[in-house]
Design a protein around this ligand. Structure first.
Ligand SMILES: Cc1cc2nc3c(=O)[nH]c(=O)nc-3n(C[C@H](O)[C@H](O)[C@H](O)COP(=O)(O)OP(=O)(O)OC[C@H]3O[C@@H](n4cnc5c(N)ncnc54)[C@H](O)[C@@H]3O)c2cc1C
Length: 386
């Protein structure tokens, strides 16, 4: 198989790069380059610029604001956003909920929500995990009972990323407590301003507030906000989780962080020499570079061979597992290069090398969210051993 980009794909890459160079606000680029996560206003501002071009939801049909791009073009776009670096289109809206609505939603739900998701007029978060229900998601207990044309929701979600800045949550709730655990679940869209919802912050090891607990106490949700059939929400959840595969390896992110490591090493002195001239460090960086390229080729092979996606769902687990390992290694390398200076405070939230240490700590979570590394290894073992 030819694993080179076609001339048209190379031209597309150049077009995306030129667009980003021209339209990405400098202030946002600099914040991200220093290692800060994008703020909500950065993501909204940039996603609206991308949306003018159909590139916020590049894989969606044009009638909902997409550009109907293929998987490779979508990956190229994603890599270029990481490379810039620019905020990525909001993942809960675009990679998760949008495709679920297109497959399971009513025409009214699609017409109402999809354009708003693409333009970030509404910010959704994902309410799946609960205390005690993470890897074993189908054991979830947040319940919804039907009363007329409303559901009444009671229970708790946890680790809900960005719930504190979100407008809505898409949530899995139990609508039949008697059925087999996968069969009694429904997929609901819930407006976070509804009375009875309490959002409590969880501060993560990087000292930041990304995560939340969300409590539901007699929360009334119109039945019109059910996606798909009642008690068939597990179909939506499986489809949503399988849909995260493009870009799951985060090759662009690994490249951007390794480039940043080179920059930090170039300005860090070791005696009279630059740290970047240290032979052992250079060899370590070359090794990481080669592994990133190997991961990129594996990702392309996966996307360019539809039969591989059908025949071997475990391929996606390889991409997630290896991508996360590389991300974590590169963040650890950055922390080592910075040394004690990586801990030294310069301002309220910055060290002399930017937020390297918080970023290192937060990268540890990548082997938990989106399916833990142990669970990916289980999937691989089953695919290999049967
Ligand atoms: C930073 C971050 C952001 C998140 N954001 C969201 C979000 O926005 N929305 C949301 O719904 N959830 C979110 N999550 C939750 C995430 O999906 C869960 O943490 C994850 O699914 C693991 O579930 P758990 O925490 O309950 O751990 P558990 O499932 O209890 O796992 C505990 C340990 O046991 C291991 N383990 C579990 N089952 C198996 C098995 N079958 N074989 C081998 N080992 C196993 C796990 O690998 C892990 O090491 C987020 C988590 C993090 C850390």
């Amino acid at each position: 198989m030819d694993l080179e980009l076609t001339p048209a794909q190379r031209a597309f890459r150049a077009e995306v790069r030129a667009f980003i160079a021209e339209r990405l606000p400098q202030e946002i680029r600099e914040r991200l380059r220093a290692g800060h996560p994008p703020r909500k206003q950065d993501t909204v501002q940039w996603q609206r610029i991308l949306n003018e071009r159909g590139w916020a939801a590049p894989h969606w049909p044009r009638r909902y604001g997409g550009a109907e791009l293929g998987q490779m073009e979508r990956l190229i776009l994603l890599d270029e956003l990481y490379r810039a670096p620019a905020p990525l289109p909001q993942v809960f809206n675009l990679t998760m909920l949008g495709p679920v609505l297109m497959k399971f939603g009513t025409p009214q739900q699609c017409d109402h929500f999809l354009p708003r998701l693409a333009n970030l007029d509404l910010w959704f978060c994902q309410g799946f995990s609960e205390p005690g229900s993470g890897s074993d998601l189908a054991s979830l207990r947040t319940a919804a009972r039907r009363e007329g044309d409303e559901y009444v929701v009671n229970g708790q979600k946890i680790w809900t990323t960005t719930a504190h800045v979100a407008d809505w949550v898409f949530a899995l709730v139990r609508t039949d407590t008697g059925a087999r655990k996968q069969e009694g679940i429904s997929f609901l869209l819930i407006d976070l301003r509804t009375p009875g919802i309490t959002i409590r912050p969880i501060t993560s090891i990087d000292g930041e507030h990304h995560l939340n607990e969300v409590f539901f106490d007699e929360v009334r949700v119109p039945v019109a906000n059910l996606v798909g059939e009642e008690n068939r929400g597990w179909d939506c959840a499986k489809f949503l989780l399988a849909n995260e595969r493009t870009g799951i390896a985060n090759v662009g992110l690994c490249r951007e962080r390794l480039d940043h490591a080179r920059e930090v090493a170039a300005r860090t002195r070791q005696g009279d020499a630059r740290l970047l001239d240290d032979a052992r460090l250079r060899s370590e960086m070359a090794q990481l570079d080669a592994e990133i390229r190997a991961l990129e080729l594996t990702n392309w092979r996966f996307l360019l061979t539809p039969s591989a996606q059908q025949a071997l769902p475990a391929f996606a687990s390889v991409l997630k597992l290896k991508g996360v390992e590389l991300q974590q290694e590169i963040n650890a390398l950055l922390a080592r290069i910075a040394g004690p200076a990586g801990l030294e405070r310069r301002g309220a939230d910055d060290t002399v090398h930017g937020p390297l240490t918080p970023r290192y700590f937060y990268s540890r979570a990548a082997s938990i969210y989106g399916g833990t590394s142990e669970v990916q290894k289980d999937i691989l073992a089953k695919a290999i051993v049967g």
